[in-house]
Design a protein. Structure first.
Length: 256
């Protein structure tokens, strides 16, 4: 199914949902209405049992350029909108942002809140024209969507601190070398590449996917022995699922 009206477009194909930020004339800057529709879209992905993986991307030249400063300056609702979405982005700070994997397909600019939005996704794939930055400090603002604590955890600290304190962006090639993104592809290959990754993940046992993500996120704040114990407990739970038993039988069949 697809929804073609509004500031966030939703399309669902098989078990993969794509949310497209749709304010291209404003570089998909976040105002109150877009923030609310993004929240609704994420909740749809979370609550629909037929959706296993989500994709977030932007329409036009940008993934997302952050809060709509023009609307804020004119007394509009952008400030409230970004405050709302910043809180939403930062929910479950020590776990996965959602219960299901989310992939960011980053086209063009991912700045300020746009980068903070991408940082909450499980996998980041960028087009060759992508740029990443936290320019808030240049304008006297604080990056309030989680950028300052998250960026040094995602890339080498030296580069993260330069980005945070100067507000200068990095290009896609630098982001790839730093490990911020897993792949960089030509713009016309961005969505097909991300779609292929999403479809592969969606084809796996969803219980195994969820348990694996849980251990990966939880281990950030655990000792290795604690993480291994959690993994052992979840391995037993996953092993009891019908999908795991079917997969084991198929594997034995291939080996024999």
């Amino acid at each position: 199914m697809a929804s073609d009206d509004g500031l966030v477009l939703l399309s669902v194909d098989d078990a993969v949902a794509t949310l497209t930020l749709n304010r291209p004339e404003a570089m998909n800057a976040m105002n109150a209405a877009l923030a609310d529709q993004l929240r609704i879209g994420i909740e749809r992905i979370e609550n629909d049992p037929d959706i296993r993986v989500g994709i977030i991307t932007g329409n036009g030249r940008a993934f997302c350029a952050g809060a709509d400063l023009k609307e804020r300056a004119s007394g509009g609702d952008s400030g409230r909108g970004w405050h709302d979405v910043a809180g939403f982005i930062q929910r479950h700070p020590d776990a996965g942002w959602t219960a299901k994997p989310i992939i960011a397909a980053i086209n063009g600019f991912a700045l300020a809140g746009g980068l903070e939005l991408a940082l909450r996704c499980d996998i980041l794939v960028a087009s060759t024209d992508a740029q990443f930055g936290l320019p808030e400090i240049k304008h006297g603002f604080f990056a309030g969507g989680g950028g300052p604590p998250r960026l040094p955890r995602a890339i080498p600290r030296a580069l993260a601190m330069e980005m945070i304190l100067t507000g200068e962006p990095i290009d896609a090639a630098t982001a790839l070398r730093a490990g911020l993104v897993s792949r960089v592809v030509l713009p016309d290959q961005l969505l097909p590449t991300v779609r292929a990754i999403a479809e592969r993940i969606a084809s796996y046992n969803p219980i195994a996917v969820r348990a694996t993500r849980e251990v990966a996120y939880a281990s950030d704040d655990m000792s290795l022995p604690q993480a291994l114990r959690l993994g052992g407990a979840l391995r037993w739970i996953v092993g009891q699922s019908d999908a795991a038993k079917t997969g084991a039988q198929a594997w034995v069949g291939r080996k024999s």
